[in-house]
Design a protein around this ligand. Structure first.
Ligand SMILES: *[C@@H]1O[C@H](CO)[C@@H](O)[C@H](O)[C@H]1NC(C)=O
Ligand SMILES: *[C@@H]1O[C@H](CO)[C@@H](O)[C@H](O)[C@H]1NC(C)=O
Ligand SMILES: *[C@@H]1O[C@H](CO)[C@@H](O)[C@H](O)[C@H]1NC(C)=O
Ligand SMILES: *[C@@H]1O[C@H](CO)[C@@H](O)[C@H](O)[C@H]1NC(C)=O
Ligand SMILES: *[C@@H]1O[C@H](CO)[C@@H](O)[C@H](O)[C@H]1NC(C)=O
Ligand SMILES: *[C@@H]1O[C@H](CO)[C@@H](O)[C@H](O)[C@H]1NC(C)=O
Ligand SMILES: *[C@@H]1O[C@H](CO)[C@@H](O)[C@H](O)[C@H]1NC(C)=O
Ligand SMILES: *[C@@H]1O[C@H](CO)[C@@H](O)[C@H](O)[C@H]1NC(C)=O
Length: 704
């Protein structure tokens, strides 16, 4: 009797201990935050297509930084930013500023900053020369905005830290991405390819963040697709398909808030999107409509004639369709998420010199990576944004003429030529240090653990197969070191710093754009896999503490050569040039034209604000802001009308447009414009102007 009593008490104690440990295991402190990071809306080269004439000229969607903090015994932070890619320069300044703001507990070890890879955001925020060539060097105004916005989003998340739980879910999303370099993918062995149904990843993985009282507070998902639905002719700042998807999901939960002002935060993050295009019809010759050459992506030998297409011919519609598909899938996964995340929060980060990484293979053979270099096919561009010269993809030969031109800049050493083979080197960036470093040699590798979820932050664009190999290697290592079979690895692309592309050894042989841009040579992926397995073992064993951090690269605030903003001439900043019509039907487009100071000058002041609002007239006669320049239905476009030498300055004009939603209430509305100008003499001045009221009338209304 006594022993029975003792035994059953013991069992009860054990059960309750077990229960409480489970209870604690899936209890987290969580915080989500969002902040505007929209840079200069005029004159600044956009980061992505490396097209020197593609400079900003307005705003379609604002860019945001979205931060998520997860804590148990330790904390880690995941930040997804609407920008081309993360940068060493921005990260360094973010961590310095976090210390200044008293938030130094969020540092380079436990914080991942991942870019969505939109190609429609202003550039000029990079440490390394190759990434600021087309922006004429650094654009401090943009760098500062990115730093301020990212820090503010982390601060907002920190201020909201409270108890919460996490769920995960995943599912297939079809009709939203294709492989843009199938010729390279096909060089992976048949055996490996047969393991997968598609030549790109179709899975979307979603994490659902639930706050106090079961409240919806946010979600992050990872899906591999390039945000290049907007093409290189676009000049409006935009988060592209991922930015639009995030906009839709946040609007779903933050019903009455303007974009970026609500509580619910939804991140649509990048993943192994290196060879993945949203132009889902494939690539065609512009003149004949035929398929382009598979290996070179040319038509009649010209890359300019071959372009990725679809789903429609219009880039705004393409952004809408590919964005909405991601949003729909994310909502479906969010609503059905029922797999609980539980287990510790942990992190591990290291700086690694990728220019000379020795990878041990079997049988005592070792291979090594190379100093950075770009191959010929890099200049060819891709079918999402072809290059401008006579280069084409799939080039393993090079050309005598361009070798001469290249040698005038820098001739690669014999050692590098051999190391990178079969890549013909166009730019031996690792051997070029004038006027300063062209590409990184030291990069960040990092893992965040949140329960059974492990986020692998990679400093570049992994191809589909490269990403699959990395995920599998990490997963295997986690399981071998004691983590459960249902642990999940996701790749967070374009994180922390940027080192271009990473393809498999087999894909590298084909030297498509992605292979030519795999800057540390044919064994780049093997080196990453080797390194990430070391980190994964430590994360699984819980021995990440005290891990060597490596040597951080030196960052310097280099100058830029973008001329200063010219003075705003004219004195009509209080005047509407073209008023909207008096009446509109739903579905039509309202437009107004106004004199407008150069928005480059006011980018920092206007962060978190808006150059335009749609206002609704309320019954009491007041006006309520219902849409801002961050809304899909609005466009703020700026152009320089005239440049004057005497007096020195320019005249600028803005067109505000609003595409009236079909479900809008009938009634009285107006457009409002906010901006800043600065005359030749005097300080910067803020101004505001409203258009005349206009009516939205029923479909039966006939124009007289
Ligand atoms: C970052 O903060 C964590 C937690 O306070 C700490 O363990 C880690 O050593 C810090 N890393 C650096 C590089 O200071
Ligand atoms: C770089 O230096 C310039 C002036 O030297 C300064 O105005 C700017 O804010 C700095 N930018 C960054 C990102 O530190
Ligand atoms: C959760 O609900 C309780 C009881 O209704 C309430 O007191 C508390 O303020 C709520 N917490 C939040 C964060 O909404
Ligand atoms: C893409 O393919 C779809 C379906 O075949 C077709 O309807 C559409 O017109 C194509 N779009 C373009 C831009 O070719
Ligand atoms: C981009 O798309 C637009 C249609 O939205 C088209 O007119 C333009 O030619 C395209 N530009 C490029 C460079 O593909
Ligand atoms: C979770 O959802 C899936 C489908 O969405 C369902 O098959 C499964 O039974 C659910 N599991 C639990 C524990 O509710
Ligand atoms: C690898 O090298 C070690 C030490 O040099 C040697 O003992 C071993 O036999 C070698 N293994 C193979 C497979 O060559
Ligand atoms: C494919 O890769 C192999 C090495 O794995 C190489 O020998 C072959 O030439 C490659 N094919 C092409 C088309 O480059």
């Amino acid at each position: 009797m006594g022993t029975y009593y003792l035994k059953s008490t013991l069992i009860l104690v054990i059960i309750s201990l077990f229960k409480s440990s489970i209870g604690q295991n899936n209890q987290y402190k969580v915080g989500v935050g969002i902040s505007d990071v929209t840079g200069p809306a005029s004159d600044v080269n956009m980061m992505g297509y490396a097209n020197p004439v593609q400079v900003t000229g307005g705003i379609h969607l604002r860019l945001f930084s979205r931060a998520f903090i997860f804590c148990q015994d330790k904390c880690n932070v995941f930040v997804s930013v609407d920008l081309g890619m993360c940068s060493q320069l921005v990260n360094d300044q973010v961590f310095k500023k976090l210390i200044e703001e008293g938030l130094g507990q969020y540092n380079v070890s436990n914080t991942v900053i991942s870019g969505t890879h939109t190609h429609s955001g202003p550039g000029g925020y990079h440490q390394y020369l190759l990434f600021t060539l087309t922006s004429l060097g650094n654009v401090d105004a943009n760098t500062n905005i990115l730093v301020d916005g990212i820090v503010e989003s982390i601060k907002n998340a920190h201020n909201k830290l409270d108890f919460g739980t996490l769920m995960m879910n995943e599912g297939e999303l079809l009709n939203s991405n294709i492989n843009r370099s199938p010729a390279a993918y096909l060089n992976n062995s048949e055996e490996e390819r047969n393991k997968y149904a598609y030549d790109v990843d179709k899975e979307m993985f979603l994490m659902k963040v639930i706050g106090q009282n079961n409240s919806d507070i946010g979600s992050i998902n990872w899906f591999a697709v390039h945000p290049v639905s907007m093409n290189s002719s676009n000049r409006l700042i935009s988060g592209d398909n991922k930015g639009y998807a995030a906009y839709l999901m946040e609007k779903q939960f933050n019903v009455d808030a303007l974009p970026g002002k609500g509580e619910f935060v939804a991140a649509f993050s990048s993943s192994n999107l290196g060879d993945v295009s949203p132009n889902i019809n494939g690539s065609f010759c512009i003149d004949t409509g035929e398929k382009c050459d598979l290996v070179t992506s040319t038509c009649n030998g010209k890359v300019q004639m071959c372009k990725g297409a679809g789903p429609t011919k219009n880039m705004f519609e393409n952004t809408e369709i590919i964005g909405r598909r991601q949003y729909n899938k994310a909502m479906e996964l969010y609503d059905a998420a029922n797999m609980s995340i539980s287990g510790p929060v942990d992190f591990i980060h290291q700086y690694v010199d990728m220019s000379n990484y020795i990878v041990p293979l079997e049988n005592n053979v070792t291979v090594k990576t190379c100093k950075p270099a770009m191959g010929y096919s890099f200049i060819a561009g891709t079918t999402d944004g072809p290059g401008v010269l006579s280069f084409k993809q799939g080039d393993t030969e090079g050309s005598v003429f361009w070798n001469l031109v290249r040698n005038a800049i820098k001739e690669p050493s014999a050692e590098e030529v051999a190391c990178h083979a079969p890549k013909p080197i166009l730019l031996p960036t690792g051997e070029m240090s004038q006027p300063w470093k062209w590409q990184p040699t030291i990069v960040d590798v990092q893992l965040l653990r949140i329960g059974q979820l492990v986020i692998a932050a990679v400093p570049g664009e992994f191809s589909t197969m490269a990403g699959r190999r990395l995920r599998e290697a990490i997963k295997q290592t986690l399981v071998e070191n004691g983590m459960s079979d249902d642990s999940k690895v996701v790749i967070a692309g374009l994180s922390n710093t940027y080192s271009d592309y990473i393809v498999t050894y087999e894909e590298y042989q084909v030297q498509r754009y992605e292979g030519a841009s795999t800057i540390y040579g044919p064994h780049t992926l093997s080196a990453y896999i080797h390194k990430f397995k070391q980190l994964a073992a430590k994360i699984a064993l819980g021995t990440s503490e005290g891990e060597e951090v490596g040597t951080a690269p030196v960052t310097t605030n280099y100058t830029g050569f973008l001329p200063d903003v010219r003075a705003d001439l004219g004195d009509d900043y209080e005047k509407v040039v073209v008023q909207p019509d008096p009446k509109y039907r739903r579905g039509s487009i309202v437009q107004a034209v106004l004199a407008c100071g150069n928005p480059r000058r006011s980018a920092s002041e206007m962060r978190g604000k808006s150059y335009m609002y749609v206002e609704k007239k309320m019954v009491d006669g007041s006006y309520k802001e219902i849409y801002s320049d961050a809304d899909w239905s609005t466009k703020f476009e700026w152009r320089r009308k005239e440049v004057s030498a005497v007096p020195p300055g320019s005249y600028g004009e803005a067109t505000l447009s609003w595409s009236i939603p079909m479900d809008i209430e009938l009634g009285t509305y107006r457009l409002k414009h906010l901006g800043y100008y600065r005359k030749i003499i005097g300080a910067m001045r803020q101004y505001e102007q409203e258009t005349e009221d206009f009516e939205i009338v029923s479909e039966n209304y006939k124009r007289s």
